[in-house]
Design a protein around this ligand. Structure first.
Ligand code: FAD
Length: 367
């Protein structure tokens, strides 16, 4: 659909995985502009993830989107990409007392000590319960995000970086939008895909916030005195105090599973959280920690019920929420974008998400 350079059917605020994937779905059907505050898309949460797909993660409502996204990620359609975004490694959930219980429908196998030691050599003796979830896979996040952006552009979508939405006012003909670079735009619909800033963007548009809360998570890359790690499963504590996965033959990505309330910001790791992560890691395996090679932090942003929000604001029908993707925004992105696009366009959802009820994702649930 043709548009003047300053008038669009849809303005998507935020060029992370949420904005890029939804943009790729609706571009070509409407004129769409993504505005991204940073100099490149993916600078915040999308560029800082632990990059895995894990069906049991995020609860049963989220699991519907993760499951529905799997085939697309594993074997994308030919017009999207020519190779898989996934590499299966499995996950071992550890516990000391009760057996980890995966949500209904998920595949999990209890492990006795001998197969556990074979999968996680050097594991300490007090981890007596373990369940293997074989489907866990690494996601090539940079490639996935890049292909969504590429598809968006190929279908006629435009992206402006270094362009933050500053303020928007709704008039008779739609939104009058001001960007921080001084530009003015008009749009019929604003999509809020601003991650940790989702509530701030709503406020700048005169829309009541939903309570999308950013929480900091720390990641550490350790070099360890053990080799042969590359294909090991991801290892986590079912009680939620750490996870780690191999990054190379002798290095791991480790998180203390922290969830620190914070204002939206360019998140940085705190040394206390790095030290906590290492102490917890040393309580799991006997691998000597040789060096901290990298450390970083990112924000995982949650709605009050920890289910993402896709839908028009009940009080402001020109404002569409695409927020609260928490710790699962990458692994759910293909199905979430399809579901959100169907709601935004008022169309019947396509086969990928046909069995998923959009109601639990609607912002109307908070009204
Ligand atoms: C440490 C960590 C590990 C994670 N691990 C996983 C994982 O293994 N698997 C998984 O699926 N998910 C994981 N996640 C979660 C996942 O990264 C997020 O759910 C996802 O990236 C959220 O995408 P987004 O597009 O909503 O946010 P973002 O990527 O943060 O994008 C939002 C964008 O909006 C822009 N913006 C904000 N305000 C404005 C404005 N006013 N104008 C214009 N632009 C604006 C920002 O600059 C930003 O680029 C992890 C997250 C973290 C932090």
């Amino acid at each position: 659909m043709a548009a003047s350079p300053s008038r669009f059917d849809v303005l998507i605020v935020g060029g992370g995985i949420a904005g890029a994937s939804l943009g790729a779905e609706i571009a070509g059907k409407m004129s769409v502009l993504i505005v991204e505050a940073e100099s490149h898309c993916g600078y915040h949460s999308t560029g800082r993830s632990a990059a895995f797909w894990l069906e049991s993660y995020g609860g049963p409502v989220v699991a519907q989107l993760s499951r529905a996204s799997y085939d697309f990620l594993a074997s994308p359609p030919a017009d999207f990409a020519d190779c898989s975004f996934l590499r299966t490694r499995g996950a071992v959930h550890l516990a000391k007392d009760d057996w980890p219980e995966l949500p209904a429908g998920g595949e999990g196998r209890r492990l006795t000590r001998a197969p556990l030691e074979a999968l996680v050599p050097g594991i300490r003796g007090d981890w007596t319960r373990a369940v293997l979830e074989p489907g866990c896979a690494d996601i090539d996040v940079a490639a996935l995000h890049g292909v969504f952006l590429h598809q968006f552009s190929r279908r006629g979508g435009r992206v402006r970086t270094d362009s933050a939405l500053q303020k928007a006012v709704r008039g008779a003909s739609g939104w009058q939008v001001k960007l921080t670079n001084g530009e003015s735009l008009e749009a019929a619909i604003i999509v809020d895909a601003a991650g940790a800033w989702a509530d701030s963007v709503a406020a700048a548009c005169g829309v009541a916030p939903l309570g999308i809360a950013p929480k900091r998570r720390t990641m550490v890359q350790l070099r360890v005195g053990r080799t042969g790690l590359r294909d090991m499963p991801l290892v986590d504590d079912w009680a939620g105090t750490f996870y780690f996965k191999a990054e190379s033959d002798r290095s791991v990505w480790l998180s203390p599973h922290d969830e620190i309330d914070t204002d939206p910001c360019d998140a940085a790791p705190d040394e206390v959280d790095v030290a906590t992560a290492i102490a917890r890691f040393e309580s799991v395996v006997d691998w000597p920690v040789e060096a901290v090679e990298r450390r970083w932090a990112g924000l995982r942003s949650f709605a009050p019920d920890r289910v993402p929000v896709y839908g028009f604001d009940p009080a402001e029908p020109g404002f569409f929420w695409c927020a609260g993707q928490g710790g699962f925004g990458i692994q759910t992105s293909p199905a979430a974008a399809r579901l959100a696009a169907a709601v935004l366009l008022g169309q019947t959802p396509d086969a990928m998400v046909a069995g998923i009820d959009p109601a639990p994702f609607s912002p109307a649930r908070f009204a």
